[in-house]
Each structure stands twice: as C-alpha cells, then as structure tokens.
Design a binder for this molecule. Structure first.
Ligand code: CO
Length: 296
C-alpha cells in the first residue's frame, strides 16, 4: 500500500499544537497527572489516537515518566519538564518533544537542545550519514558547555513501529548509514549537565504488547483482550489499563502476570547516571532529496 504522507502530516499538526497546549497546562503548583491527562485529551479531541502515553519526565529523568494512577507529584517552581508526545492517525505515527523550563536557571540547557535540533535538521537530506548528524548535535552541545546523552538518540518511524530502521546518534558514532529519500525520522538531542548517559530507574508505568501467550488468570486474560482491542501494539500506560478494568488492584496484578509470561515489553523511567539536569527537543520529519519537510 502507498504511504499516505497526508495522514502523517495531519497527525503532525495535532502533535505540534499539543506541544503548544502543553506549555499552557504545565505550571508550578499543578498536579503532573492533570497536565498529562489534559494533553492526552487535547490529542483525542483533535481526532487522533496516542502513539504512546504522554511522557512528562522531570529534571534528571530523561524519558519514560508518564504519571501513574493518582500520581501525587506537584509541578515545582524550578522543574525542567520534558514533554514527549506522539499522535496517531490510523497507522501513521509522530514523535516530538519540547522541554518546559519553569526557571531561568536552566534556560541555557534548554536552548542548547533546541539549537542542537535546529542544527541537526539543517543537515538532513537524502544520503546524509547518521554519524554526521550526531557529530553536529555533539558539537552544538559542547559549544554550550554541556554533554549529550550518548545512549539515547533519534530513530526511523515506520507505520508499525515508533523506533524502526535507523538509529540517529547524538554523537559521532561512526555509523555511515545514509538517510533515505522519503523516509520518516525523528531527531531528538538529549543535552545534560551530568555525565552523558542514562540508566533504568525503578518507576515503571509504560508497557507494550509483545506476545499473545494465554494467561492463567481470568483477570490477565481480560487485560490481554483489552490491550489487543484498545492499545494494539502501541505503548500504553498503567493508568489507562486501570481505567479500562475499573479496579486498580486487579489491573496491576493482571499486568504483572502478563509481564511474567512474556506478553509485555516494559519501559522503565530513564534517569541520567550523574543525576544531571536533562533537556530534550524532538521533531518528526520526512527526508527529501535536498533537505527535509518538518512534520511536527
Ligand atoms: Co523519539
């Protein structure tokens, strides 16, 4: 089937607007969960599904923090919050992020991630080697006095998979893979005051269907059916499952069983190893012969 760029672009417009909207709901003193739910509602109201749960990772968390059910966290005066979201139109997915910095203390860090993204995008064209894009991102970070996070990076986006085909490093990793005309990619510099690496934290709220082994308990069988029907193979949040099943205890137990039997992939929060502050900027774009077309 022919790739429908118009569907991708319409999901792109919704995601771009959702990032702008996010800036209006992320305010000190508000609950993080309220912001996440408002942003997700915005995307749904515009006629898109979610490519993945809205991620609101704070300070030394680089990615994969989506608020849990009844999350008590309140947005602080000095928080550096990465808003990472994706809209889905049928099977067409976007992935984009901005960093909301509520205090001027870290605005240079945020500016560096935006500048790195801008410089990286200016280099995109068919045939460009991914290591050259990584070099540009790293150069921009260094010039601003910061480090890149080396074990995170951009990626190709296919219809089935948010992370497909190509990895776009945030430093010169020597990978001479060339970008292909017409391909859809996301570029996402992560810039930090820390040591430049992330590791898994213990907080885990994001899951994705990986297999369809038959679970033993009725609750887990119900959860499996809900995932297949409502979330398909796209990542989902525990709080979504709790809403679907109506009971927190049942939902948590069912998801735990599905993990044990290998039916779910898990995405724990990613934390900067040196506990440095982290800023991220991300856009989805289409590679063209001489440059690119920005989608989000
Ligand atoms: Co991404």
């Amino acid at each position: 089937m022919e790739y429908d760029y118009e569907k991708l672009k319409s999901a792109g417009r919704v995601s771009k607007d959702a990032l702008l909207y996010a800036r209006t709901v992320i305010k000190p003193g508000r609950r993080l969960i309220d912001a996440a739910e408002q942003i997700e509602k915005f995307i749904a109201d515009k006629g898109c599904k979610h490519a993945f749960p809205v991620n609101l990772s704070t300070n030394e968390q680089a990615a994969h923090y989506t608020p849990e059910f009844d999350d008590a966290r309140i947005i602080g005066e000095k928080d550096v919050i990465k808003v990472d979201l994706g809209a889905r139109k049928d099977t067409y997915l976007t992935d984009c992020a901005v960093t909301v910095c509520l205090d001027s203390e870290y605005s240079s860090l945020v500016d560096a991630s935006e500048k790195a993204l801008e410089n990286a995008i200016s280099m995109v064209k068919a045939g460009r080697k991914v290591t050259e894009i990584g070099a540009e991102i790293e150069k921009t970070a260094k010039q601003s006095g910061f480090k890149v996070i080396r074990n995170l990076g951009g990626h190709g986006i296919s219809q089935e998979d948010l992370h497909a085909n190509v990895f776009i490093p945030n430093f010169a990793n020597g990978d001479n893979t060339a970008l292909e005309e017409g391909s859809v990619i996301a570029i996402e510099p992560f810039i930090t005051t820390g040591i430049g690496s992330v590791t898994d934290g213990s907080f885990l709220q994001i899951f994705q269907l990986a297999s369809d082994n038959t679970p033993r308990s009725t609750d887990a069988r119900e959860a499996q059916a809900i995932i297949e029907r409502e979330f398909s193979t796209y990542p989902f949040a525990m709080r979504w499952m709790i809403k679907q099943m109506g009971q927190e205890f049942r939902a948590r137990k069912a998801v735990a069983e599905l993990i044990t039997i290998g039916n779910l992939d898990t995405f724990p929060v990613l934390v900067e190893k040196g506990n440095g502050m982290v800023a991220q900027s991300e856009k989805t774009l289409i590679v063209t012969k001489d440059a690119c077309e920005i989608v989000t």
